[in-house]
Ligand binder design. Structure first.
Ligand code: ADP
Ligand code: ADP
Length: 220
């Protein structure tokens, strides 16, 4: 039972084909790594899954449906994206409260996710003063807010210190252990080796491999 399905997914920007005829399934209960060098098309793919970019051809489905048709999207899918626009003058808490309010999520979840990502002590600070690592944690808090079955983390370890990197790995593993669907992008194979069960590799927008990570490491 695939939670994310891509069928012939394609995105062109003028002359550039960012994503080319991508077809694959992402399954629950495991961390799926999404590996490719910068510019390979990882962010564009995630943005299309989230309905933020319109495919030039093909489709991206979550639980069999396009994102735009999900009734309570934040309760189904949580995402940490590269350049998440957050109002810099807002506190972390106010940012999450606004997200919760507009998505019918109980306000008590805000305290829970601030605790879960380690930002409880800076909950009232303006997010404009946050380091990249703190912003990443805030993005992850937003992804967790709706307690979703599907999580998309785009380069989540960027800007994190070594403790933060370990924390993200453990979080991804633990979410997958709860049966959730976790798609994590990175340009580093070393990172994927430590996090992923299944590995999808793309280059220049094309699917290069989609296999259990043990198969890729084991050779044969
Ligand atoms: P990755 O996330 O793997 O680094 P991206 O999905 O960001 O890759 O980019 C894939 C390709 O699409 C790159 O060549 C990038 O320059 C191009 N691209 C992405 N977004 C746009 C855009 N809004 N306009 C034009 N080109 C874009
Ligand atoms: P726990 O003690 O339950 O492990 P922590 O506060 O230590 O919680 O923070 C991370 C944990 O949060 C992970 O184990 C993760 O599985 C769990 N978690 C799962 N789903 C969510 C969610 N939607 N929001 C917040 N935390 C979640």
């Amino acid at each position: 039972e695939a939670m994310i399905t891509l069928r012939g997914l394609t995105k062109r920007y003028g002359e550039t084909t960012a994503v080319r005829d991508l077809s694959l399934d992402v399954l629950p209960g495991r961390v799926t790594g999404f590996l490719g060098p910068n510019g390979a098309g990882k962010s564009t793919t995630m943005r299309m899954i989230l309905g933020l970019d319109r495919p030039s051809a093909g489709e991206a489905l979550i639980c069999g449906r396009p994102y735009a048709t999900l009734r309570n999207p934040l309760r189904r899918v949580g995402a940490l994206l590269d350049a998440k626009a957050v109002h810099p003058a807002r506190s972390a808490r106010a940012h999450l409260l606004a997200m919760a309010r507009s998505n019918g999520i109980p306000a008590r979840r805000v305290g829970e996710v601030l605790d879960a990502v380690g930002l409880a002590s800076v909950a009232r600070r303006r997010v404009g003063t946050f380091s990249l690592g703190m912003s990443q944690r805030l993005g992850i808090a937003g992804a967790l807010l709706g307690d979703p079955e599907v999580l998309l983390f785009d380069e989540p370890v960027n800007g994190l210190d070594p403790d933060g990197v370990r924390w993200v790995r453990e979080l991804a593993r633990s979410l997958a252990g709860e049966g959730r669907t976790v798609l994590v992008s990175s340009h580093l194979m070393s990172e994927m080796q430590l996090t992923a069960d299944q590995l999808i590799v793309i280059g220049k927008g094309r699917l290069l491999a989609d296999a259990p990570i043990a198969d890729m490491l084991g050779g044969s």
